[in-house]
Design a protein around this ligand. Structure first.
Ligand SMILES: C[S@@+](CC[C@H](N)C(=O)[O-])C[C@H]1O[C@@H](n2cnc3c(N)ncnc32)[C@H](O)[C@@H]1O
Length: 234
């Protein structure tokens, strides 16, 4: 493939790889704990029952950051299987260490672009719940196209959620909250079941997160949504 073909294929990404140094323990975790918790990206559908060695509802967290909320939810919900997707290596290393310390057996991590993971690895109608906590807000107008929550993204996750599946989103950026209200309000694929605006004291069915605390320190408000997948016969 030529360089031109390559660039034509490149899609708009919701992230830039942040330079962040791995601590020695994170580096070790990525080597030593990856075989237990890591799932390599391959363009093939996953078999969740084989992956987790049991049948249980799957919760997917996209962009888990340092993984604190993901590990806490996995600990609090042992009857569910948790899958986290993140591109930031130090965050993945941090999460591996926490998962190991907590002795979790219901958590797996994928270190790759969530859009490609959803498209290529997630079977249709397979996920019970998708959590997206404090996605990158891309505040500059010319960068709004990089925001993860877009109509085409809703179509993608709608196709991967089970018929009774739910989507949970939170942000601390007023302008992103307006954008999310707009995208959800125009979507026939999801029905907003609950929406909260608060000061970090009324998180909707989720633990607090690092980026939430960062936003609160800056004086931001917090918005939470829980949306139900609307059935369209598939
Ligand atoms: C603002 S941080 C929030 C982290 C965490 N959820 C929290 O609340 O502390 C957004 C995270 O999403 C990740 N991210 C953005 N786009 C992604 C994508 N397409 N696939 C996987 N991770 C992504 C970034 O690397 C970053 O760690």
């Amino acid at each position: 493939m030529t360089a031109t073909d390559n660039s034509r294929r490149r899609t708009i990404r919701s992230f830039v790889r942040r330079a962040g140094r791995l601590t020695p323990s994170q580096e070790r975790a990525l080597l030593e704990l990856w075989p237990a918790y890591g799932v390599d990206f391959t363009p093939e559908l996953l078999d969740f029952d084989v992956l987790f060695r049991r049948k249980a509802p799957i919760v997917l967290e996209i962009g888990f950051g340092n993984g604190n909320s993901l590990v806490q939810q996995a600990l609090e919900n042992p009857s569910m299987n948790f899958l986290g997707v993140e591109v930031h290596e130090p965050g993945v290393g941090h999460c591996l260490l926490q998962a190991h310390d907590a002795g979790l057996s219901n958590l797996k991590l994928i270190k790759h672009d969530a859009i490609e993971v959803l498209t290529q690895q997630m079977p249709l109608v397979s996920l019970q719940r998708i959590n997206i906590y404090f996605p990158d807000p891309w505040p500059k107008k010319r960068h709004h196209k990089r925001r993860m929550i877009q109509p085409s993204f809703l179509e993608l996750i709608h196709s991967r959620l089970r018929t009774d599946g739910t989507l949970h989103v939170a942000t601390d950026w007023a302008n992103y909250a307006e954008h999310i209200d707009d995208v959800l309000g125009h979507s026939a694929l999801f029905r907003c079941d609950e929406r909260r605006e608060h000061d970090g004291d009324e998180a909707l069915d989720r633990p607090g997160t690092k980026f939430e605390r960062r936003g609160l320190r800056k004086g931001h408000r917090i918005w939470d949504w829980r949306c139900i997948r609307v059935s369209n016969n598939h």
